[in-house]
Write a protein that binds this ligand. Structure first.
Ligand SMILES: Nc1ncnc2c1ncn2[C@@H]1O[C@H](COP(=O)(O)OP(=O)(O)OP(=O)(O)O)[C@@H](O)[C@H]1O
Ligand SMILES: [Mg+2]
Length: 467
C-alpha cells in the first residue's frame, strides 16, 4: 500500500476516533445540562408554591381558580402541579393535567415521608417523558401535604434529537473534508521522496554524476538528500579510483611484458651465440621479478582492502628497528654515495606488528635514498613526545610539489619528477605505508620543498606503559 494512502488512513482513523469521542462527550454534557436546567426550574417553581402555601398558613387550596391566582407561574403550559395528602391521594391539581392521572409513586411517598425532596422521571405510553419533583410540607413534625410539580421533557428530547442528527450529519462531512486535506498534505510532503526516487533511478542506471537538486533546508528531506548526495559522491570517487587503478595496474604490468616480448622476439629472429640468449633471459628475469613484486603488492593491498591481512599486536621496540634499518639503508646508499645517518633516537615501544613496521620504515628509507641526488644525505630520527612517538626520514633529494602531497599515497601514483629521476618504482610503496600506519592508529605526514628534499613523519601512539 502506498505510503500516502497509509498516512491518510492512519490520520483518518485517528481523526474519526477523536470526532466520535468528542461528539459523545459533547452530547452527554449537553443532555445533562439541559436536564439539570429542567430540574432547577422545577425546584424553583416548587419552592414558590411551598412558600405561598406557608403564607396561607398551610390551608389547603379550595379550587383551581384560587390556585391559579395564587400561583400565576403555574399557569404556564409547560408545567403542571398537584397537591397530595399525606396518604397519597390527590387534593388539588392544575388544569393542564386533566388528560390522565399522574399518581404519586411509592418511592416519592416514602421519601417525602422522611421529609426529603425527590426528583423522578415518569413515562406513559405514546407520550414524552415527564419530570417530576415532589416536596413535602412539614409543620411541627407532621407531614401536611406533598406538593408535586411536573413538566414534559418533550422540548428537551426534541432539542437533543436535533443535536444528535446534526452531529451524525456533520461528523462524516468533517471527516471527509479532513481526509481530503490529509490526502493533499501527504501528497505534498511525499513529493520530494518521489523526486529522490527518480534521481536514484537515474543514478542506478549508471549516471554517477547525477545529484539531487532538492532544497537544502535542514529538514528530514533536506538531510536525506544531503546524505544521498554525499553517498553518491563517495561512490563516484571510489568508482573513478577503481577505474584509474585498473588502468594503472594494466599499464604497469604491460610495460615489462612489452619489453620481454620485444627482446625475446628479437633474439629468436635468427640463431645467436649463447651469451645473447643468456643476457635476454637475465633481462627477462629482471622484468619478471618486477612484475612479481607488483603482483605481490597488489595482492597485499587488495587483501588489506578486504580486511584479510592479519596484524600482530605485540610491543615493538622502535629504536632497535631503526638501528637495523639504518644498517640496511647504509648498504643501499653506498652505490650512489648517499650517506644514511641516525639523528636523535629515543627509546619507544609501540603496540603492533614488527614485520609491517619494518616494511613501513624500509619503504620510506628506500624512497629517501632513491629520490636523493648522489652524495646526498638521509637522516632517520625517532622522537618520543608524551603519548606519541614520531619516526621521521629526511632527505635532500628531488622533493615533491605541494599539489602532489596528497596523491603520492594513491596506488600507482608517481610524480613526473620521480619518473624523470628513476625508472625504478611502481608507486605502490606509499599506499602500503599509509595502510600500515592506519592500522596502527597512526598518521603519516609529508613536508617537502621541490628540489631541496622531503621529510616523511610517521606518528604512532606509544604502547601503554603497564603492558
Ligand atoms: N623521499 C621522496 N622524495 C621525493 N619524492 C618522493 C619521495 N618519496 C616518495 N616520493 C614520491 O611519491 C611517489 C610514490 O612513492 P611510492 O613509494 O609509493 O612509489 P615508488 O617509490 O615510486 O615505487 P615503489 O612502489 O617501488 O615504492 C614516488 O613516485 C615519488 O614521486
Ligand atoms: Mg617507494
Amino acid at each position: 500500500m502506498p505510503l500516502r494512502v497509509r498516512l491518510t488512513l492512519w490520520y483518518g482513523s485517528a481523526l474519526a476516533l477523536v470526532l466520535i469521542i468528542f461528539s459523545v462527550v459533547l452530547y452527554a454534557i449537553t443532555a445533562r445540562n439541559l436536564r439539570d436546567a429542567v430540574d432547577q426550574s422545577l425546584e424553583e417553581t416548587a419552592t414558590t408554591a411551598v412558600r405561598s402555601l406557608e403564607e396561607r398558613g398551610f390551608l389547603p387550596l379550595i379550587d383551581e381558580e384560587e390556585l391559579l391566582s395564587q400561583f400565576p407561574e403555574l399557569a404556564r403550559i409547560d408545567k403542571f402541579f398537584q397537591i397530595f395528602s399525606p396518604s397519597g391521594t390527590i387534593t388539588i391539581r392544575s388544569p393542564n393535567i386533566k388528560q390522565h392521572e399522574v399518581p404519586l409513586s411509592r418511592t416519592a411517598l416514602e421519601t417525602t415521608f422522611t421529609g426529603r425532596t425527590i426528583f423522578e422521571s415518569a413515562k406513559y405510553p405514546n407520550e414524552p417523558q415527564l419530570r417530576l419533583i415532589s416536596v413535602p410540607i412539614i409543620y411541627r413534625g407532621n407531614l401536611l401535604y406533598i406538593v408535586q410539580v411536573g413538566t414534559s421533557m418533550e422540548s428537551i428530547e426534541e432539542t437533543l434529537h436535533r443535536f444528535l442528527i446534526l452531529l451524525i450529519v456533520a461528523m462524516p462531512i468533517a471527516l471527509a473534508v479532513s481526509l481530503a486535506a490529509g490526502w493533499f498534505l501527504a501528497g505534498r510532503a511525499l513529493r520530494p521522496v518521489d523526486a529522490i526516487t527518480l534521481a536514484a533511478q537515474r543514478i542506478a542506471a549508471g549516471d554517477l554524476s547525477q545529484r539531487l537538486t532538492m532544497s537544502t533546508a535542514p529538514d528530514e528531506i533536506g538531510r536525506l538528500a544531503g546524505t544521498f548526495n554525499d553517498m553518491i559522491g563517495r561512490l563516484d570517487t571510489s568508482f573513478r579510483q577503481i577505474r584509474q587503478f585498473t588502468s594503472d595496474a594494466s599499464h604497469e604490468l604491460r610495460t615489462p611484458l612489452t619489453v620481454m616480448k620485444g627482446e625475446t622476439e628479437l633474439v629468436l629472429r635468427r640463431p645467436r651465440p649463447l651469451e645473447d640468449y643468456q643476457s635476454v633471459l637475465e633481462s627477462n628475469l629482471e622484468e619478471i621479478d618486477r612484475m612479481a613484486r607488483i603482483v605481490d603488492e597488489l595482492l597485499f593491498l587488495s587483501r588489506a582492502d578486504m580486511g584479510e591481512v592479519k596484524m600482530e599486536s605485540l610491543p615493538v621496540a622502535l629504536e632497535s628497528l631503526v638501528e637495523d634499518i639504518h644498517r640496511q639503508a647504509t648498504l643501499l646508499g653506498q652505490d650512489r654515495n648517499i650517506e644514511v645517518v641516525l639523528g636523535t633516537v629515543m627509546p619507544a615501544v609501540v603496540q603492533g606488528d614488527e614485520l609491517r613496521l619494518r616494511e613501513l620504515l624500509l619503504n620510506l628509507v628506500e624512497n629517501a635514498v632513491k629520490y636523493s641526488h648522489p652524495g646526498g644525505k638521509v637522516e632517520i630520527a625517532l622522537v618520543t613526545n608524551g603519548q606519541h612517538t614520531s619516526l621521521s626520514v629526511t632527505d635532500q633529494g628531488i622533493g615533491i610539489a605541494p599539489a602532489d602531497h596528497a596523491r603520492i599515497f594513491d596506488r600507482f601514483f608517481r610524480t613526473d619528477d620521480a619518473r624523470a629521476h628513476t625508472k625504478k618504482g611502481t608507486g605502490l610503496g606509499l599506499a602500503i605505508c599509509s595502510w600500515i600506519v592506519e592500522s596502527h592508529r597512526g598518521r603519516i605526514d609529508v613536508k617537502s620543498d621541490v628540489g631541496h628534499g622531503s621529510t616523511f613523519t610517521v606518528t604512532l601512539p606509544l604502547a601503554p606503559r603497564s603492558a
